[in-house]
Design a protein around this ligand. Sequence first.
Ligand SMILES: *Cc1c(COP(=O)(O)O)cnc(C)c1O
Length: 355
Amino acid sequence: MSKFLKECYSTLDAYVPGEQPKDGEYIKLNTNESPFPPSSGVINAVNSQEVKKLRLYSDPTGAALKQKIAALYGVKENNVYLANGSDDILNFSFMAFSGDKGSAVYPQISYGFYKVFAALYGISAEEIPLKDDFSIDYRDYLNKNKFIVIANPNAPTGLCLPLSEIEEIIKSNSENVVVIDEAYVDFGGESAIPLTKKYDNLLVCQTFSKSRSMAGARLGFAIGNEALIADLELIKYSTNPYNINRLTLIAGAAAIDDDEYYRNNCKEIIKNREYTVNALKKLGFRVIDSRANFIFAESDRIDGETLYKRLKEERILVRHFSTEKIVNFNRITIGTMEQMQQFIKTVEKILEEVK
Ligand SMILES: *Cc1c(COP(=O)(O)O)cnc(C)c1O
């Protein structure tokens, strides 16, 4: 750290991304990426003609992509905000919507970045514990009169809140923004997008990183009331108007055109998830009921960290958090059926060793 860094940043605990190993091949089940490639439409759209155009700035309005997203989700273009990954939307939301005194509410066990953004902006955060079964009790979020962020499905548990409960939270906090982070909604959740027509304080954010196989392209979007979207645009044009590069804008539009391909991939992931859950349960694991492209599991036959380390030696990466209450768990991204069969076979072998 240099002597020039502002003091308020010197104590930041930055987000720690999952490992992206460089020492050869792994079965990579640790960062919730898709095991499937982008659609052929995306692969063809990002061609040498488009690469040649990289000398030109990208369209700062993202009009063509906004149009497609708006049509797909049944909203207007001015209800859509495009971002360089949905992390950027969360960033701007903590920056812009946490109130003049700066406060935020989110679940204590959830996406690790919420805590980081709160610290970045000096926001006083109320982290609400999950219930013993890891579920969110929506009643804990009623009448908070503070900026609220909830991942639905939640990470790393995969559990969902029903839309009726989400609506109660939105309704009872009408003077504050409620962000519903739907990074995993395509794997079996129910989207709150229709509620954006009814409530001006709801912002729904989604990403192309998981269900649309484009984590490396960095593309996220938010849907909400046009005034909220205008606020996000204001921040964007005050920081980085060309926040999405040309190739990503084109790839995103092609991905929306190939929506059916991605829906089928999601069905495949759901099928592979069911296979993995059943197989782990047969081995005595406790598995939380997931509606995401990952599962969260623990066993009393082996502790979470040991299992993570042994799997890594077997060249299978999963995600282990050393956070209290969940240290015995591992989060396992759902890959192809072949990968999941290999994973289960390896877990069986490891369990044999520790018997
Ligand atoms: C992956 C993830 C994001 C970030 O997605 P990007 O679009 O890749 O920035 C946001 N929220 C949750 C809960 C996630 O798991």
